[in-house]
Structures are given as structure tokens and as C-alpha cells.
Design a binder for this molecule. Structure first.
Ligand code: ZN
Length: 106
């Protein structure tokens, strides 16, 4: 399943998927689930999301400046604090959206 539209609505990233399904992922969750090496130390699997200490985020860390598509299989968010190395595959986004309880703020 691929996203056909992405936009920030309030504090969520709203993703409209092929077929009409919509996902809403809180930006705080999206940032805390960043899969890049500097956030996770290594390429991680989804099951390890609960582990590790939550680092305090810089101002702008949960503000999405922009995002780009990555090769048709994922998106690469650019955060307002300049962080942009995390690549979220579509499958990973779907799993994040399906597990809203992992959000630290809701
Ligand atoms: Zn990261």
C-alpha cells in the first residue's frame, strides 16, 4: 500500500493511502520512532521501540519542515531542527499508525 497524499494536520501527520484508508500519526511519535542510526544507534526493528531512554528533543524537533518520497517505498521527513536522516518505509508508517499507544503524549 502506498500513500497518495501526506499532510500535517495539527500535531499529526495525516496519510491517505491507496484505496482510501487514512492514518494519523502524532508527530511526537513519528520523531521518537525515527529509525535512523543516530536516533536508534543501529537499524532497529519495530519491536524495540519501547526500549531505550527517551532523549529530550531540541526545539523544532517535532515540527515537520517537509518530507520527500524515497524510491517509492518510504518517506524521509525533514524536521525543523534540521534532522532528516530517518527513512520511514510505508510498512513502518502503517505499523506506527496501528499502534497509537506508543505515543508518549496521548
Ligand atoms: Zn533520526
Amino acid at each position: 500500500m502506498r500513500p497518495v497524499d501526506l499532510q500535517v494536520i495539527g500535531s499529526d501527520l495525516a496519510i491517505k493511502w491507496e484505496g482510501g484508508h487514512e492514518s494519523y500519526i502524532p508527530l511526537t511519535l513519528l520523531r521518537s520512532a525515527c529509525p535512523c542510526a543516530s536516533c536508534k544507534g543501529e537499524m532497529d526493528i519495530f519491536g524495540n521501540l519501547y526500549k531505550g531512554e527517551v532523549k529530550p528533543l531540541k526545539q523544532g524537533a517535532v515540527t515537520l519542515a517537509s518530507f520527500g518520497a524515497v524510491g517509492g517505498y518510504g518517506i524521509q521527513p525533514v524536521w525543523a531542527d534540521g534532522h532528516s536522516s530517518g527513512i520511514f518505509t510505508h510498512d513502518y508508517l502503517l505499523r506506527l499508525a496501528a499502534n497509537p499507544t506508543t505515543s508518549p503524549s496521548k
